[in-house]
Design a protein around this ligand. Structure first.
Ligand SMILES: [Zn+2]
Ligand SMILES: [Zn+2]
Ligand SMILES: [Zn+2]
Length: 209
C-alpha cells in the first residue's frame, strides 16, 4: 500500500490552550481497531492495515505541521484485541515548539466542538535513511490524564515517519509471505524503552479487516 496520495479526512478546530489559540486536527471519523494502552515496555496500539494507515497519515501530517496539534481519540476505538490490560488512551502528536502545558489539553479538548471538515492529501514520507535513528533526535512520550503525548522536533517525527512508512508499505508483504511474522513500528524516545510507542499488527485481523 502506498501512503502518498491517500486522502485523510479530518476535522479542524481552533481552541485556546493555555494563553494561545491552537489549531487541532483530528480524523473525521474515529479509527476502528486501534486501541492504545500501556504495554510491557511502553505504550502499544494494536492495528489493522486500515488503522495503521490512519495513524501513519496523522503522523506524517504532524511531522509537517509544527503549529498544529494532531489528536487521535483512540479511546473511542477500543476493542478486545490488545496484549495488556489497563485503561484505553488517546494519542496526541505535537511539536515541542508549541509549548503549551500538557495538563491544559483536557480543557482544550472539551472545547473542541464540531470542527471544519478538511481533506489532507498525503505527501508521503521522506525516505532519508535505511534505519530510523533516534539517538540524536529529540522525542519524548508522556502520559497525562489518559492521553499519550508524543512531543518531538521535526527531525524526530521524520525518523518516526520512516518506521510508519515501513509499517504501511512494507509490512503487508511481510505478513503475506509469512502470516505469523511480528510486524510493527517502534517509535523510541531517545533510545529508551520506557515511553516507546509500539504499533503492532493484530494477529487475528492483520490480513482481513
Ligand atoms: Zn484484532
Ligand atoms: Zn513487517
Ligand atoms: Zn514489535
Amino acid at each position: 500500500m502506498r501512503h502518498e496520495g491517500e486522502r485523510w479526512r479530518t476535522l479542524v478546530s481552533t481552541v485556546r490552550l493555555g494563553r494561545d489559540e491552537c489549531r487541532v486536527v483530528r480524523p473525521a471519523r474515529p479509527l476502528r481497531h486501534a486501541p492504545l494502552y500501556e504495554g510491557y515496555l511502553g505504550v502499544e496500539a494494536c492495528v489493522t492495515k486500515e488503522s495503521a494507515l490512519g495513524i501513519a497519515m496523522a503522523w506524517a501530517f504532524a511531522m509537517r505541521s509544527p503549529r498544529t496539534v494532531v489528536y487521535l481519540p483512540l479511546r473511542q476505538s477500543d476493542c478486545e484485541c490488545r496484549s495488556a490490560d489497563g485503561p484505553a488512551l488517546d494519542l496526541v502528536l505535537l511539536h515541542q515548539s508549541l509549548g503549551f502545558r500538557l495538563s491544559e489539553w483536557k480543557d482544550g479538548r472539551a472545547r473542541l466542538r464540531g470542527g471544519r471538515p478538511h481533506t489532507v492529501v498525503c505527501q508521503g514520507m521522506p525516505r532519508e535513511r535505511e534505519e530510523p535513528r533516534w539517538d540524536r533526535q529529540e522525542l519524548r512520550g508522556e502520559i497525562v490524564g489518559g492521553t499519550v503525548f508524543v512531543v518531538g522536533s521535526r527531525s524526530a517525527f521524520q525518523a518516526g515517519a520512516e518506521a510508519f512508512r515501513q509499517l504501511v508499505e512494507d509490512c503487508p508483504r511481510h505478513m503475506h509471505e509469512a502470516p505469523g511474522t511480528h510486524c510493527c513500528a517502534e517509535v523510541t524516545a531517545k533510545d529508551q524503552h520506557p515511553n516507546w510507542l509500539h504499533v503492532v499488527y493484530c494477529n487475528e485481523h492483520r490480513v482481513h479487516a
